[in-house]
Design a protein around this ligand. Structure first.
Ligand SMILES: Cc1cc2ncn([C@H]3O[C@H](COP(=O)(O)O)[C@@H](O)[C@H]3O)c2cc1C
Ligand SMILES: O=C(O)c1cccnc1
Length: 338
């Protein structure tokens, strides 16, 4: 486990001095890729994925044996404004469902053979309504970041960070609007399924929140504290910790990517160890992925969160590595080169 962060500035420093990939492992993987029994480039993007993963793991011929899925849960004061189709109690009820293995992510985690850890973050103490003041104090934001930072298993070889938090598509939309501009409506979607009236309220709430905090936002971490939520901050902490440990990350949907955006807008290279697992159907996710510079591995119309799209994408990455690390070379198989 990584040592607890002492403050948001220490987190900023750790993002700034984070390790890069192992360039010799990456070059070794690129060499191996050229020798495998297939026409050059015939495995398309799978080839790039394998070389990318090899660099981060420091091995020219790696496998994924120990994926970890983290699910962070938090509650949101902004729910009082009527921004979700479901009541806030559902956050805690779904945590119980995760623990009883009844949720979608449990099934996908089991299929991936992934370790799944659930972290409920002070559910009885929702964040404050960000239209009235900061969602979190710096101290609360740091505590949530640390929950994510300490949750990453140093023995994991791939990380997926999922979330559960009724109201969190509103927080994520506010983060995007604050950091990427445009209109509030560009980033505000139906989440769990608000109707047209609910969507209008939600869009107004996002606009109000961003207008209230526009001054005094230095970087992505300020936005995270003022407009985010505990599970979003924990996701940011986990992505940052994975980087320290050279554990590659598959990003999930709109909420997870809003946490990632806060990191990117704090340190430009902060997401080099992360890929986009999928493109969610939630409004704004496609544009958010563009802003992150990430092309999704899957686009299946999911709009669930929990880490579900990224959990599915584990198998794509595994497919890339199965071919890369276990195919025969032309020399081994006695196949003539072109
Ligand atoms: C039963 C249920 C299971 C979920 N699993 C993920 N979410 C997703 O929906 C929530 C965000 O949508 P909004 O901002 O509209 O509240 C988050 O908890 C997210 O993880 C769920 C939502 C529900 C209702
Ligand atoms: O894309 C997501 O993460 C998402 C979308 C809708 C509801 N909850 C999560």
């Amino acid at each position: 486990m990584l040592k607890r962060l002492s403050g948001l500035d220490e987190f900023r420093a750790r993002l700034a001095d984070a390790p890069g990939p192992d360039l010799s492992a990456r070059a070794g993987a690129a060499d191996r890729n050229r020798e495998l029994t297939k026409p050059p480039g015939a495995l398309g993007r799978l080839e790039d994925l394998a070389i990318w993963y090899a660099g981060w793991r420091g091995s020219a011929r790696p496998d994924i044996r120990a994926p970890q899925i983290l699910v962070f849960a938090g509650n949101h004061g902004v729910c009082a404004r009527g921004v979700s189709a479901f009541p806030p109690e559902v956050t805690e009820q779904m945590v119980a469902n995760f623990r009883a293995r009844g949720a979608a992510i449990n099934q996908l985690a089991a299929l991936a053979g992934a370790q799944m850890d659930i972290h409920a973050l002070e559910l009885d103490r929702p964040t404050d309504d960000f239209t009235q003041g900061p969602a979190m104090s710096d101290a609360d934001c740091l505590a949530a970041l640390n929950a994510g930072w300490e949750a990453v298993d140093p023995g994991a070889d791939l990380l997926v960070a999922g979330e559960m938090g009724i109201g969190n598509t509103t927080a994520a939309a506010a983060i995007c609007h604050a950091l990427l501009g445009g209109e509030a409506g560009d980033w505000t979607g139906r989440g769990t399924g608000v109707d047209d009236a609910g969507l209008a309220i939600k869009t107004r709430v996002v606009a109000e929140g961003v207008a209230r905090h526009r001054d005094g936002l230095r970087d992505g971490l300020d936005v995270l504290a003022r407009l985010g939520g505990r599970e979003i901050a924990a996701t940011a902490g986990a992505i940052g910790a994975a980087r320290q440990l050279r554990i590659p990350v598959l990003l999930d949907g709109f909420i997870c990517c809003s946490a990632a955006l806060c990191l990117l807008r704090t340190e430009a290279a902060a997401l080099d160890h992360a890929l986009a697992g999928h493109e969610s159907a939630e409004t704004g996710h496609a544009a958010l992925l563009q802003a992150l510079g990430k092309k999704p591995l899957l686009a299946l119309g999911l709009r669930l969160g929990e880490g579900s799209g990224a959990a599915l994408a584990i198998q794509i990455l595994r497919g890339a590595l199965a071919c890369h690390s276990h195919m025969a070379t032309f020399a081994e198989a006695g196949v003539s080169t072109g």
